[in-house]
Write a protein that binds this ligand. Sequence first.
Ligand code: BDR
Ligand code: CA
Length: 364
Amino acid sequence: MDRTGEHALLYVRACLILALWVLPVAQLSAAEEVATKEQQGKPRKILFDTDPGGDDVFALLLLQSLARQGYAEIVAVTTVGGNVGSRQTFSNASSILALGGFENVEVGRSATVDPPRADAAHIHGSDGVGNLSRSLPAPPRRFGEARSAADIIVEKLRAQPGEITLVAVGPLTNLAAAEEQHPGILSRAKEVVIMGGAFRRKGNITSQSEFNIHCDPEAAQTVFSSSDNVVVLPLDVTMRITFTGEHAEAVRKAASNREIADFIVKLTDFMIQTTKSYRETEGVAGFHVHDAATLAYLFYPETLLLRRGEVRVETEGKWTRGKTVMDERHGAKTKANAWVALRVDGSVLLSILTEDLKLLCGAK
Ligand code: BDR
Ligand code: CA
């Protein structure tokens, strides 16, 4: 797409987002119509990079539901060490795809297999999936035989430039490795959509940094330098999306596929228990489904409000390493490189997620 096309697209998106939040109800329906028409077209091609991780699992299940409904096509799933080590995230992603009936999707292994710089097993369980991995289908793919995430990202984006949306919900190590392997490759994605960062609120690893960025700040900086169009779903919105036991029970009640539904209920219980001690949910018994926000942006954009600006990552500060910084000052945004979500309609997003999970579980 040439620059004029790109600008027209940015303009349409800005108008749509503005219209959804600012215009009166009668005009909202026109904007919603545009979004609906987009969905009625061809399924959106998604390459999903993840470190499952309890909330990653919910995003992966949502993605499979969207694919079943004909809205998404899963081009590949690539895995990275993060919440737990890279072998485990690979097995988890393979098992979750098998659980949802998408075992034929290729799963890539982490571009680097160093021990993670941090992990979050204290939240997600030592196996990353609430210590429930034994109850899941055996992973149909082997880590040793899998292709590297970076190779898959490069291959897919070269083969279909401008067609594939790259969604990343873990540390950005694989995306940076792909960019280093093939400079300019990330700009061939239709969009790069990431869960990460914290702008107007504190971090969840240090007071300044969010987990995904904290794990590999240099990789994150590479991604923000690679494109002028990164879409960011930070803690500012994801900590407003709290999935509860009631949501999980609603899925179980409607389900005809008990295997997925029972797993959802048990994983929810586990995540609620571990989240409790961190006091992040404002007294609500629930946990944040951070990573699902990326798919909400793509498929239900009416739930989010985004702001455009220049985003960079602090890679050197003694106390601020991993902090994401946005220049929001007024003036020509000549260096703007990102769209950052700052507001979300959390209860609508959760209802949508619950309904889509029901559909995956065979609800009529
Ligand atoms: C992010 O960190 C991980 O623990 C979650 O899976 C999510 O991607 C939230 O900070
Ligand atoms: Ca994650």
